[in-house]
Ligand binder design. Structure first.
Ligand code: GDP
Length: 193
């Protein structure tokens, strides 16, 4: 799959706009500012395809990118931004419920968390949604470059334990900034494309 060939297809704001054409669909989630856009850009080797530093909490839509006319990368709206209005939070919850309730929309989940911290309550909720979907899911621990070597192992263990995700779920230490973990994550994605 040629990851250089990428097209923005659409922003979906309701179920009617979800794409159901049978192509493998790789679904990326993460709290605001975790580096979700940066991870996607790193995978595609693009600087600014998925927008980096988009105003947090203002983007309750689901972005679809078509890769090499073969598979979709789906950018779920970021969550957990404290200053977001209640109404926006409710829109986020409703859209996520619709997305996760429908079978067949996810081929592989990519849950991005912060390598430095214990996953948040919202991260845990997201993990529950992916688990309940029964879809294969990969955990990406981003911002690895901010950790000391000695912190990596204990942090990865804490992430697994907090999310309640055992070895069935691959955990990839990642740095969107440095490119660490890119090949591993691409390898997981290509298994399904
Ligand atoms: P999003 O809100 O999850 O899409 O996050 P962005 O991709 O916009 O990134 C949020 C901030 O984190 C930006 O300032 C990025 O430059 C920074 N960032 C993203 N990934 C990394 C990483 O791997 N390492 C470091 N040090 N910073 C990162």
């Amino acid at each position: 799959m040629n990851t250089q060939n990428v097209e923005f297809i659409k922003s979906a704001v309701s179920t009617a706009a979800f794409i159901r054409d049978g192509r493998p669909t790789i679904v990326f989630s993460g709290k605001s500012n975790v580096g979700k856009s940066s991870v996607i850009n790193r995978l595609l080797n693009r600087k600014n395809f998925a927008r980096v530093g988009e105003q947090p909490g203002k983007t309750v839509h689901i972005n679809y990118f078509l890769i090499d006319k073969t598979a979709y990368f789906v950018d779920l709206p970021g969550y957990g931004y404290a200053k977001v209005a209640k109404s926006e939070r409710a829109r986020w919850g409703a859209l996520m419920e619709e997305f996760f309730a429908e079978e067949g929309l996810i081929t592989l989940g990519v849950m991005i968390v912060d390598a430095r911290h214990k996953p948040t309550a919202d991260d845990v909720t997201m993990a529950e949604w992916f688990k309940a979907s029964g879809c294969p899911t990969v955990i990406v621990a981003n911002k690895l470059d901010k950790l000391k070597k000695s912190e990596i192992e204990p942090n990865m263990a804490l992430i697994r334990e907090t999310l309640g995700m055992d070895e069935r779920y691959p955990l990839i230490p990642f740095s969107a900034e440095k490119g660490t973990g890119r090949e591993l994550l691409l390898g997981e994605i290509l298994k399904y494309c």
